[in-house]
Design a protein around this ligand. Structure first.
Ligand SMILES: Cc1cc2nc3c(=O)[nH]c(=O)nc-3n(C[C@H](O)[C@H](O)[C@H](O)COP(=O)(O)OP(=O)(O)OC[C@H]3O[C@@H](n4cnc5c(N)ncnc54)[C@H](O)[C@@H]3O)c2cc1C
Length: 508
């Protein structure tokens, strides 16, 4: 085996002289790593995925009725010039530019996002609850005196937003998204920025009856003109064609022999492995060789939620200009619905005659969902929340149901401790776990973050540059091991104007 531990590694020479890099997972993380390797002239690498397509969770599907669906509403808010340059290079001018228009559905009405700036839209009692709780919380008179005292996300919500917003929006909405009680989640993933809310603005908007929308010309997002979100990632796949090994499901990885075995019996050796598959599955089910039991059991403690994506195609002109909407109430199963047909004229068979709604529902042991009933429950929920008019279900011409086992990496209270143990152990064996479920950091798990996790890792391996997005720093401990410390990355966040009202990220 080639020694790989002293970067920068050989680059641009003959493939034989280069350590062999295998990338497990052809989603944005793996594609970002592969693209950067190719850009640096590196030749000796392979990109493996169990699916016969690239893109992972950012892939798009076109059904036989001609509707295109994403795996949940994907909105691209880039934090990186490199990512923007990739988009320009691969998409040219084949994109649409959309104004973000997001709403919250509650009390049988539409409340503009951000929620706490538009409390005036609520019934008076609820508006009073929200304002009074917000004032108490922000002046240290709430249940939890300060966000600094909060030990988990649940307490953070109470400390920052107060009881009213917590009761009417933050707690029910976040449970629907995360499928875990907020007390099981840490507060670090949100960051400090949300800790101080503008009470004066909230009050002024109620008393002066002002609208305060979080969207406008500065809040636009690009979307591929054809083929949905996945078209962008498909084009990375085209560039990397000669390195791709699709339809290859990894079954086991021998960390001592540095060899991968596929479910169909094929094998592949590596010097360096970049993995974007779920970290818990990697450690507990895949690794063979000398693997301490506590690495397996520790990684198995990571928590996640699953998701049901239900696309509903309707033979009517689109009735709305909205982009996406949040649903905290119990009269519908979904937490978010997107008017996907508003993102591009090519998402339905005919833009003037059809429109499409993409509905996302999460599930976990804490919030079970019956897969056999979710489609009907979704349609009922669309009716309950006023998105489908009475009788409109007769005009539904397409239903798309896609279930994902790993949808949201839960930022649980124990997460950072688990990562600090498992990630350095893997890296000492030349296994680099990155990406939405490879690094498990929701705060840096959108498409731009994950693609850049792949790019930055390659920059580290080949050019000796530090990784910044993952927010991990390695320090040598007294006993000589590498330990990971966590920092909030300067690139973390959703790209939202900021968080304010709706509290959690507006994108997935
Ligand atoms: C509901 C939802 C909404 C989202 N909304 C947004 C949004 O609005 N904006 C945004 O930017 N991002 C959004 N995202 C996030 C985006 O999809 C992810 O950032 C991105 O797909 C993660 O890329 P990845 O490569 O890390 O992981 P994945 O996309 O999960 O890719 C991992 C790959 O590994 C492969 N793999 C796993 N196990 C094996 C195995 N044993 N053998 C071989 N291959 C294997 C999988 O097939 C997969 O292709 C959303 C995600 C979800 C689920």
């Amino acid at each position: 085996m080639t020694d790989t531990r002293t970067p920068p590694m050989n680059q641009g020479g003959s493939a034989d002289a280069e350590p062999k890099i295998v990338i497990l997972g052809a989603g944005p993380t793996g594609l970002g790593a592969g693209y950067r390797l190719k850009q640096l002239g590196y030749k000796n690498f392979k990109l493996i995925d169990r699916h016969d397509y690239v893109g992972g969770l950012a892939h798009s599907f076109t059904d036989d009725k001609g509707f295109t669906w994403d795996i949940g509403g994907h909105v691209m808010f880039s934090h990186y010039k490199y990512y923007d340059d990739c988009f320009d290079a691969l998409m040219g001018d084949e994109y649409t530019l959309n104004d973000r228009e997001s709403w919250v559905r509650m009390f049988d009405r539409w409340v503009p996002y951000p929620f706490q700036n538009n409390i005036r839209y609520l019934p008076r009692e609820a508006a009073y609850d929200c304002l009074s709780g917000l004032i108490k919380a922000q002046t240290g008179q709430g249940k939890i005196k300060s966000h600094k005292d909060a030990e988990n996300f649940g307490e953070f919500i109470d400390a920052v937003f107060g009881e009213g917003i917590a009761k009417h929006f933050m707690r029910p909405y976040n449970f629907k998204v995360w499928a875990h009680p907020p007390e099981m989640m840490n507060k670090q993933w949100i960051g400090e920025r949300v800790a101080v809310l503008d009470i004066d603005r909230a009050l002024k908007n109620v008393i002066l009856e002002q609208d305060d929308f979080g969207w406008g010309p500065n809040n636009q997002f690009k979307f591929p003109l054809k083929g949905g979100t996945g078209e962008f990632y498909k084009r990375f796949g085209d560039v990397l064609r000669e390195h791709l090994m699709l339809g290859a499901e990894v079954q086991s990885i021998d960390v001592d022999a540095k060899a991968i075995t596929m479910t169909d019996g094929r094998t592949e050796s590596y010097d360096i492995l970049i993995s974007a598959m779920p970290l818990d599955v990697l450690c507990k089910d895949m690794l063979t060789g000398e693997v301490p039991e506590d690495v397996r059991t520790t990684a198995a403690g990571l928590k996640h939620s699953s998701g049901h994506m239900v696309g509903v195609g309707i033979k009517r002109p689109c009735p709305s200009t909205k982009s996406w909407m949040y649903f905290p109430e119990e009269n519908c199963p979904f937490y978010r619905v997107t008017y996907l047909s508003n993102y591009s004229p090519n998402m339905t068979p005919d833009k003037d005659a059809y429109y499409s709604l993409l509905c996302e529902t999460s599930s976990s042991d804490h919030k079970p969902v019956d897969p056999g009933k979710i489609v009907e429950k979704t349609i009922e929920g669309l009716e309950n929340s006023g998105l489908l008019e009475p009788g409109e279900r007769d005009d539904i011409v397409s239903i798309w149901h896609h279930e994902v086992d790993y949808s949201y990496p839960t930022p649980s209270v124990e997460r950072d401790g688990i990562l600090a143990q498992v990630i350095p152990w893997l890296e000492q064996r030349d296994v680099y776990s990155r990406g939405r479920f490879g690094m498990w950091k929701y705060e840096v798990s959108n498409t731009d973050h994950t693609l850049m996790q792949g790019v930055e890792l390659v920059n580290r391996l080949l050019l000796d540059e530090p990784e910044t997005t993952i927010g991990l720093i390695y320090e040598t401990t007294d006993d000589g091991r590498e330990a990971a410390k966590h920092e909030r990355s300067k690139n973390a966040g959703s790209g939202e104007k900021k968080l304010v009202g709706a509290g959690t990220k507006a994108s997935g």
